[in-house]
Design a binder for this molecule. Sequence first.
Ligand code: UDP
Length: 345
Amino acid sequence: MSVNKNILVTGGAGYIGSHACKALSKAGYHPITYDNLINGHDWAVRWGPLERGDILDRSRIDDVITKYQPSAIMHFAAFAYVGESVTDPGKYYRNNVVGSLNLLEAARDNSVSSFVFSSTCATYGVPDALPITEDTPQRPINPYGASKLMVERMLSDFGAAHGMRSIILRYFNAAGADPDTEIGETHEPETHLIPLVLDAATGRRSQVTVFGSDYNTPDGTCIRDYIHVSDLAEAHVRAIELLGTGAASRVFNIGTGRGYSVKEVIDTVSRISGKTVPVELGSRRTGDPAALVAEASRAQDELNWEARMPGLDQIVSTAWAWHQRGIAGIYSDRQKMLSGLRWTE
Ligand code: UDP
């Protein structure tokens, strides 16, 4: 009997989603990207078909599910700018919550009962203690984190009512790029630390502003747990495999368990690029906790997953290689690929 390897990947044209498609393809699955291309890039869809569509469009989701009959859904499609979620919460609740509800109902009605959801450490808010375990209370402090937490709750309720099995992955700070430099981080606008520091190193931006240097941390700057995006992608493959064994729903933190400060990130970029990074010390950014570090052992024990590139050096080197490659290289690759390849559907 042939096993159904089709996986519907919403947001598969985005930063993390595209790395997940690559990892799925390497592991023998067939990722089908469902993406409205508002923040995603068609050039990032290289490991399976692109079905352009919005998660708010229920009939389009139904059509795509009917066409491919996926065995599971991996759901990345979301708006993810924390600051924007504060100024325009409706946009976040509509897309991230209502859109996810559409998708869940479509999955239920089409008998797709396995679901992998990209959640976030932003659902924890400001933790009372570190490291953050999966049982740390979830008290999001912005609409983005709240929208993700609502989907977690819906998944649990759909599990109880309809037998939907889900794996929820709560990411810490996704960073770095595909070591083959086929894909990488390209946000517009860019708000994430590492690409901004790389821009400052290369003169694409005049400087990087450190958001607060008076935190109660060893060097005064914020500490985050940076997880390589390819490691993060691999965790999704493990999640699909675990669901494939018939396992019950589960939640996992995906981080390394090791934190780095903003200053350490800047120093690492400077060392790896060989360039001076112009830095301005600025004020704190609203809503930034001083330190967020994962307790990542549950994923190691139960998901059989471990970060293979846990160090900041590997994260920054791959991000730097991607940054140097530039957009022109990506387009030329895409043209070559389109002229030489046909998708297997
Ligand atoms: N950060 C900074 N300057 C910037 C962007 C980010 O100092 O221009 C800091 C931010 O305060 C946080 C860390 O870098 O402590 C990572 O921020 P990012 O926006 O990349 O991810 P977040 O932790 O908000 O998900």
